[in-house]
Design a protein around this ligand. Structure first.
Ligand code: HMG
Length: 444
């Protein structure tokens, strides 16, 4: 059977940085530790005045095509996952293809283009579409570019304002990939929820606290569904477990639930029993409340065990490093979690070929999906090829006043003019509106 998966990844961060502890917390009257320790976030990325989902996506895709030496004829699909689109008809992928055609000979007229929407999970769904297209043998030897691009802005004053972010991830999906091969097996947890939605509005309506619970419930369902087809999972089976990361604190909650689920009935649970007791079982409790309390107590104890802490430090923590610097990138978020971990391993010189990842994607509204990935030969070179650390370092650190201007600039209802803080160089920039209210782009 042909292996299909992610061959290469490029990441593009918005060029501005809001320091949450130094700049945002004091203005909110908050203890900086709420951000750095509670949410697990140091900073958020924002787009400069000339950046948006198209420029960030096109710049990431351009880097990908240059690095992999691709020309338009190699590309059979361009799919964009976003929940920040500005057009209900014309997909962002057409704008991105238009940008790329400015810098390549030839065109993408032969390429199927689309836009996927299901909150943050749409990036993973677009990879699925590409996988299915290749597996079905419809690709004629070509690969698919999947771009996940978002400006994750919340209304000023919303609790979600602390978790904003902006950036794009471009992925090249092919046969015989050089980074990870995707499993056929998948698990889903999907339900009609109203935890976070944007009914024809730019900034989300969010029930923040409930969204956390919905994330955990759907993720648990997805894991159970995955196990029903792939067999029981065990924490030691996976080198890393990248999750959708709206903020690292969310992943902290998901990880301990996942660990509890995976060790249930195994030697690992047995080994902890003399210290924290056996896991509470529903049948042993008269009421749901009493059972829930017992579970909470068990998890509080579990989190403090050496076994859990070591597993978390090795399997989860490395997935969070980029997110903690850039915030929530919605559709791109789980894909930067994967790259955070693989880059750290490549830098440490680890040998992971043949090892597995368990990947947990989530989108509000709501759906979780879990699948497995096998790390393949060539992964180190691919993981180290992106220059995301340099990009993060180079961001312009905005003051609170500047943050307010930047938020207004990207508010679709305001169309505020703003002098850029950085100088574009060899990249696509937003260039104003055309006669049909279309957005225009140039390569500078
Ligand atoms: P909040 O009310 O501002 O924060 O909202 P909080 O008071 O809950 O504090 C956050 C954490 O910091 C808590 O940790 C506090 O204890 C801790 P926890 O108890 O939960 O572990 N904390 C401190 N820690 C140390 N020192 C201190 C301190 N103070 C507090 N001094 C909330 C937080 C997440 C609700 C808010 O940011 C929000 O609404 N965010 C947007 C929604 C969101 O991100 N939801 C996540 C799940 S849904 C999802 O992932 C989908 C999404 O990506 C969208 C999509 O799919 O398209 C959002």
């Amino acid at each position: 059977m042909t292996a299909v998966g992610i061959d290469a990844v490029e990441i593009w961060t918005g060029k501005l940085k809001l320091d949450l502890a130094e700049t945002f917390a004091p203005e909110m009257g908050d203890d900086p530790a709420k951000y750095t320790k509670g949410l697990g976030l140091e900073g958020s990325s924002f787009p400069d005045a000339y950046e948006d989902i198209v420029t960030m996506g096109a710049n990431a895709a351009h880097r990908l095509m240059e690095r992999k030496d691709l020309d338009p004829d190699d590309v059979g699909r361009i799919d964009v996952a976003t929940e920040s689109a500005f057009d209900n008809s014309k997909p962002v992928s057409t704008y991105i293809a238009g940008c790329l055609e400015q810098v390549y000979e030839g065109d993408f007229h032969h390429a199927n283009k689309g836009e996927r929407k299901f909150a943050c999970i749409a990036g993973t769904q677009s990879i699925d579409d590409a996988y299915n297209w290749i597996k079905a043998g419809r690709n004629r030897g070509r690969g698919a570019i999947v771009v996940a691009s978002d400006t994750a802005l919340y209304a000023r004053g919303d609790a979600g304002e602390a978790t904003q972010g902006a950036g794009a991830v471009a992925m090249w999906i092919t046969e015989n990939p050089s980074l990870v091969e995707l499993s056929t097996e998948q698990g889903y947890g999907s339900a009609d929820e109203t935890d976070f939605l944007k009914p024809n509005q730019q900034f989300p309506s969010v029930d923040g606290k409930r969204s956390v619970q919905v994330y955990l419930s759907r993720m648990r369902e997805a894991l159970e569904d995955f196990e029903s087809v792939a067999g029981e999972t065990h924490p030691d089976d996976y080198e890393y477990i990248p999750f959708h990361t709206p903020f690292p604190g969310m992943v902290r909650k998901a990880a301990v639930l996942g660990y509890r689920h995976m060790i249930r009935g195994t030697d690992a649970e047995e080994a902890l029993t003399d210290r924290i007791g056996p896991q509470p079982r529903r049948d042993d409790f008269d009421s749901r409340e009493a059972f829930d309390d017992a579970i909470r107590d068990y998890m509080d104890d579990l989190k403090e065990t050496e076994e859990y802490r070591e597993w978390y430090g090795e399997t989860i923590e490395p997935t969070l490093s980029i997110s903690s610097q850039v915030g929530n990138w919605y559709t791109g978020s789980v894909h930067i979690a994967r790259m955070s971990a693989l880059r750290a391993a490549a830098e440490a010189g680890d040998d992971l070929t043949g090892d597995k990842l368990l990947v947990g994607s989530y989108g509000s509204g709501a759906q979780a999906e879990i699948h497995e990935e096998t790390i393949v030969d060539g992964w180190e070179e691919e993981a180290l090829a992106t220059n995301i650390d340099e990009q993060i370092e180079r961001r312009y650190d905005i003051s609170f006043d500047e943050y307010e201007q930047v938020h207004d600039r990207h508010n679709h209802d305001k169309r505020t003019e703003l002098e850029p803080f950085t100088q574009p160089d060899g990249e696509f920039v937003f260039d104003g509106w055309g006669p049909m209210n279309e957005r225009k782009y140039t390569f500078v």
